[in-house]
Design a protein around this ligand. Structure first.
Ligand code: BES
Ligand code: ZN
Ligand code: ZN
Length: 470
């Protein structure tokens, strides 16, 4: 949907229909008919009055979430019509919420539908008092961000047959070309030669070669250096510790962290961020077969630490361990080191499917990340490490075990596992984002459709945008 900013009195803008976001029906011209039709100004309630050419949508608050959900509901209604243009008066609404809510809320994934919906070429006209530079920048920025979220959704929604490590690498190369980024793709020979046997083992039974993707954006006079690492399990069958049938469905989403990193990397140049940003993705498929890695194996990671495998379904941490080592070995003087992963089912149980859990050793950093996430329109909370959970991943035969010896705190013990691969100088600069819940939800919620959501993209960009203030 094309979005236009127009500097005019709303009454003078020619559009087929108008969206009105309301928190009460009092004083509305259409109050009587709205009452008669049973419309209430509640969140997610929407009605189209054909005669007065208006779409009324309820919205109980003025925050990002409420406004983005309201505009998404209204535009879905608009999309179901044959009208070509719709207008809205910005007034005191957040432009960011309107623009992002519009683009995110009208996203559709029809790659696998034999009948595709025609692009109806519909337009949204946003009416403002005055088009200032600030308003224009917000519009452009919001469009870049929302498109990156949709691009991430497209990748995650793509089936494992159509999206395996080589495909992920090709997409990374395209992003690099489009945004002038450096791009290195490493195959299994590199992993072998560089002692990355933890990651290498996970992909061994797959017919697809594992890939380590490394994108880099290096503007002149960069003020900070940030490294983003993503879990890119293009499919997680669980390996020999095979997932039960019901739990395997949706595991195409296990590449969510990696896709989020690619989505973020597709924006850094367009947003002209004054920081160096690296995106590293471990793209691997976790399968079964005669060559599969096994529970009981002991693997050696890039930093020399040995890992007892007790469950081949706890594979994400094995891939990330080596990718995190690679990041710290290859890139000097990192200011922030973040990893994004659909890492644990326990996280979804703990904080619900809509929220990202942020972990790490730096309380201020975690607080800052959560605040930025909420500002960006995403839900996040922080989870705490402690000394007793640290003991839960001790191994009797190796340095560390890939599964905790307790049923409790699985999201945290996975985070603690990763902490073991963070070098001392980066312990305070690292944060782990478990996006297992929000990356992929099998029902629509707010402006998110069924399936992939692009979780992590907006929160990370918000953090990067505000980095100079830190
Ligand atoms: N990819 C899964 C985690 C997951 C679960 C993501 C549900 C999204 C939705 C991960 O690799 C996994 O299987 N983790 C295990 C760890 C356990 C074996 C220690 C889990 O969470 O059960
Ligand atoms: Zn798994
Ligand atoms: Zn997994």
């Amino acid at each position: 949907m094309k979005i236009n900013l127009i500097e005019k009195n709303i009454k003078k803008i020619k559009s087929d229909i108008e969206i009105i976001i309301v928190n009460s029906c009092d004083n509305l011209k259409d109050k009587v008919i709205l009452d008669t039709l049973g419309f209430e100004a509640k969140d997610e309630s929407v009605i189209l009055l054909a005669e007065s050419k208006k779409i009324y949508v309820g919205c109980e608050d003025n925050d990002y979430d409420s406004v983005a959900i309201a505009i998404a509901s209204a535009l879905k209604k608009f999309q179901s019509t044959k009208f070509k243009s719709v207008k809205i008066n910005l007034e005191n609404l957040s432009l960011k919420a309107i623009v992002e809510g519009s683009i995110l809320g009208t996203y559709k994934f029809d790659k696998y539908k034999s009948k595709k919906e025609k692009n109806k070429k519909q337009e949204l006209n946003i009416c403002v008092d005055k088009i200032t530079n600030k308003i224009e920048n917000t519009l452009n920025e919001s469009i870049i961000i929302a498109k990156a979220v949709n691009k991430t959704r497209d990748m995650v929604n793509t089936t494992p047959e159509d999206f395996y490590p080589q495909i992920m690498s090709n997409i990374a190369k395209d992003i690099a070309e489009d945004s002038n980024l450096q791009c290195k793709i490493r195959g299994e020979e590199y992993l072998d030669n560089n002692g990355m046997h933890s990651m290498l083992s996970v992909g061994r039974a797959s017919r697809h070669e594992s890939k380590l993707i490394h994108l880099a954006y290096k503007p002149k006079n960069a003020k900070k250096k940030v490294v983003l690492v993503g879990k890119g399990l293009t499919y997680d069958s669980g390996g020999l510790s095979l997932k039960p049938a019901d739990f395997m469905v949706s595991m195409k989403s296990d590449k969510g962290g990696g896709c989020t990193v690619l989505g973020i990397m597709s924006t850094v140049e367009k947003l002209k961020l004054p920081i160096e940003v690296h995106g590293i993705v471990g793209a691997v498929e976790n399968m079964i077969g005669g060559d599969a890695y096994k529970p009981d194996d002991v693997l050696t990671a890039k930093n020399g630490k040995t890992i007892e495998v007790r469950n081949t379904d706890a594979e994400g941490r094995l891939v990330l361990a080596d990718c995190l080592c690679y990041a710290q070995d290859e890139i000097k003087n990192i200011d922030y080191l973040f990893d994004f992963a659909t890492l644990t089912g326990a996280c979804v149980v703990g904080v619900g499917e809509y929220t990202t859990a942020v972990m790490g050793n730096n309380t201020n950093l975690k607080r800052n990340i959560v605040a930025n996430a909420l500002d960006s329109g995403e839900y996040a909370t922080s989870l705490p490490f402690n000394r007793f959970l640290r003991k839960a991943i001790k191994s009797d035969i190796a340095d560390i075990c890939n599964m905790a010896n307790t049923r409790y705190g699985g999201a945290i013990t996975a985070g603690i596992f990763l902490e073991n691969f963070i070098y001392d100088e980066y312990k305070q600069k690292w944060a782990h984002f478990d996006i297992a819940g929000p990356a992929y939800v099998e029902k629509p919620w707010g402006y998110n459709p069924y399936g992939a959501t692009g979780a992590g993209v907006r929160m990370a960009i918000e953090f990067l945008k505000n980095i100079e203030k830190k």
